[in-house]
Design a protein around this ligand. Structure first.
Ligand SMILES: Cc1cc2nc3c(=O)[nH]c(=O)nc-3n(C[C@H](O)[C@H](O)[C@H](O)COP(=O)(O)O)c2cc1C
Length: 191
């Protein structure tokens, strides 16, 4: 897959087939993140890979899905849940602030890199950090910034042109629609 296809075709995926992702592939995704840009090249981001059925089951209730959808449509059903998670951590012994942009660059590398393996992803900022810290025995000097849910896609999601709402929505065939602003609306000026 070329980079343009990865950029345009990547959509957040929240329903997954249950085939496991090989650990080698998960490590490769982390390796894509490893080489992302970082402010002053100070690299404070570290990761936890979760890929056993037991641990994925433990993590599932601690993340929150698709707040734009009606409540009944948010959570993936039992056999359509992520088969792996990457927990994104900042080691605050290395960097205490100004790591947010580093995170964005690293996570995006993971999401786009996942496209190469036909893996779907959901970048998640809404989760129970206290319970994840306890479950995974994460020391206090790590900030838990995000969870990335992963698996082979079992839903379709398409872009559409933004009209009057940023809310993504599901049509009667359960295809997700994600509004994106038009190019001419986001180029503020050409000088
Ligand atoms: C920082 C950030 C946090 C997000 N947190 C969540 C989340 O907690 N739960 C969720 O279901 N989706 C989450 N998303 C996914 C967004 O809802 C999704 O990216 C957005 O609807 C656009 O869809 P697209 O990724 O297909 O372009 C998050 C995305 C970002 C960038």
């Amino acid at each position: 897959m070329n980079i343009e296809d990865a950029i345009y075709k990547r959509r957040t995926i929240r329903r997954f087939k249950q085939d496991p992702i090989p650990i080698k592939t998960l490590k490769k995704l982390i390796d894509y993140a490893r080489v992302a840009p970082a402010g002053s090249n100070i690299q404070s981001i570290e990761y936890i890979i979760i890929n056993t059925p037991e641990m994925t089951e433990n993590v599932f209730p601690l993340v929150k899905w698709a707040a734009s959808l009606p409540k009944k449509d948010r959570n993936p059903e039992v056999f359509r849940r992520p088969t792996a998670y990457i927990i994104v951590l900042v080691n605050t012994n290395i960097k205490k602030n100004y790591f947010e942009y580093d995170i964005g660059a690293a996570v995006e590398n993971i999401l786009l890199g996942a496209m190469k393996f036909n893996i779907g992803s959901c970048w998640m900022g809404s989760f129970n950090g206290r319970k994840i810290r306890k479950l995974l025995k994460i020391p206090d000097y790590y900030e838990i910034t995000h969870v990335i849910s992963l698996g082979y896609p079992d839903e379709e999601s398409v872009m559409e042109l933004y009209k009057d709402s940023f809310k993504y929505w599901k049509d009667e065939n359960w295809i997700m629609h994600v509004p994106k602003r038009a190019i001419d609306d986001i180029i503020f000026k050409i000088l």
